[in-house]
Design a binder for this molecule. Structure first.
Ligand SMILES: Cc1cc2nc3c(=O)[nH]c(=O)nc-3n(C[C@H](O)[C@H](O)[C@H](O)COP(=O)(O)OP(=O)(O)OC[C@H]3O[C@@H](n4cnc5c(N)ncnc54)[C@H](O)[C@@H]3O)c2cc1C
Length: 377
């Protein structure tokens, strides 16, 4: 028998079922996501840990993470709730620099807690003047004995104010560019750390962080922070595509249901060929996105150390396709799809951020083209 999930092994299929059951039980009602994203995120992290899903955000020996696990969880959670997807993903993204470059002491101190959900993580890279162009980072880290002190501002940071632990990219070297950047661990209780909440169009725990002589501990080697940030983003990029697939799958299911119950001109919408064309195209876009996402994850799990082009292609295609699928689902719902509280309306707001965070669609295209040109030389 051909397995329904061709790039997955048995543990990933079992994980996908576990996440579906979790979603059915805890995430069907979307109300709490909208009214209190911060409180809801705290609750979701706890529940994900209790359900043994959160451990898939952290690599062994502290957790069970591989890339197919990441994509299985993110697609499954995003189907029900973007906030649940973010709660899971940020535990992984925020702690990955520590998993990859931390000392044994640093990892033993934090990673068991991250996998258990008793500490929430944030990944602070973006600044007001440094979004797509990370070489423009200005937050400065100055050495003071065995620690450093940070001064600067990070913005659009997921889990700002909720996190107990941040990984932060800051400048240690002289001059501009990537070479002088280093990665740091910052305890959220450290003095000199201020938070300003930000509100996005869809519920998302988001804020600005201001560092004023905040103590920070170097992660890995000085001057290697940019590479560490890129390795982190590359590892999680395909999984953003997976979250997009979850939103698109939900949109398609909603469209399939609605077009069979809504009647116009004496028959269900699903009997019009125009509707059938739309449904078929939505399905094909979703399956194409899934294939790119799972292929990228599978490649990395087979031992391919770097997958920059494949991860960028997966994120680019899946997030753009999901936007189109969600938009079509809303269109098929007519006015009902625009109503506050309807699922198409929620998906429409939630899907938009995915084409921007962790590298915009334009930046993914630049990454893909750079690799194509290098390979053709
Ligand atoms: C919901 C949300 C959560 C986020 N969470 C985090 C987080 O946890 N941690 C974190 O560090 N950051 C986070 N971000 C920030 C995010 O990664 C940045 O918003 C993103 O990298 C884009 O940067 P920017 O917003 O400054 O846009 P800009 O870089 O100013 O880009 C603006 C536009 O110009 C385009 N552009 C830029 N350069 C080029 C170029 N060379 N060629 C062609 N087009 C170009 C972009 O594609 C975009 O369309 C989050 C953002 C959002 C929306």
């Amino acid at each position: 028998m051909t397995p329904r999930e061709p790039f997955f092994d048995e543990p990933h299929r079992a994980l996908a079922s576990l996440v579906r059951a979790f979603g059915d039980k805890y995430l069907r009602a979307s109300g709490p996501d909208e009214t209190d994203p911060d409180g809801r995120t705290r609750e979701l992290v706890r529940r994900l840990a209790d359900a043994h899903i959160l451990e898939w955000a952290v690599p062994p020996p502290y957790g069970s993470m591989d890339l197919r696990g990441l994509v299985a969880v993110r697609e499954g959670l995003a189907y029900f709730s973007s906030l649940a997807d973010t709660a899971f993903a940020m535990q992984g993204l925020g702690s990955y620099p520590l998993s990859k470059a931390g000392s044994d002491v640093q990892r033993n101190r934090w990673l068991p807690e991250v996998a258990r959900g008793s500490v929430i993580c944030g990944f602070a890279v973006t600044e007001p003047e440094a979004g797509s162009d990370l070489a423009a980072i200005r937050t400065r880290a100055t050495r003071e004995g065995s620690i450093f002190r940070l001064r600067g501002v990070k913005t659009f940071i997921s889990n700002a104010g909720l996190a107990g632990l941040y990984t932060v990219l800051a400048r240690t070297g002289e001059g501009d560019g990537h070479d002088g950047l280093s990665m740091f661990l910052v305890d959220a209780d450290a003095p000199g750390l201020g938070i300003k909440p930000l509100e996005a169009m869809a519920p998302h725990p988001l804020g600005e962080i201001r560092f004023e002589e905040t103590p920070a501990v170097l992660l890995g080697e000085e001057g290697k922070g940019y590479n560490l940030a890129l390795a982190t983003l590359e590892t999680f990029r395909a999984s953003v595509g997976a979250a997009a697939c979850g939103l698109a799958a939900r949109a398609l299911d909603e469209a399939l249901r609605w077009t069979q119950v809504r009647r116009q001109f004496g028959r269900p919408l699903s009997e019009f060929q125009a509707t059938q064309m739309a449904l078929a195209e939505m399905h094909v876009e979703l399956e194409a996105a899934r294939a790119l996402v799972r292929h990228a994850a599978w490649l990395r799990d087979q031992g391919e150390p770097r997958i920059p082009k494949e991860a960028a292609a997966a994120k680019l295609y899946a997030t753009e396709a999901a936007q189109r699928v969600v938009d079509r689902a809303l269109q098929l719902h007519g006015g009902q799809g625009l109503m506050r509280g309807s699922t198409p309306e929620r998906l429409y707001r939630e899907v938009r951020a995915l084409r921007i965070y962790e590298g915009t669609s334009e930046i993914q295209k630049l990454v893909i083209a750079r690799h194509l040109l290098k390979e053709s030389r």
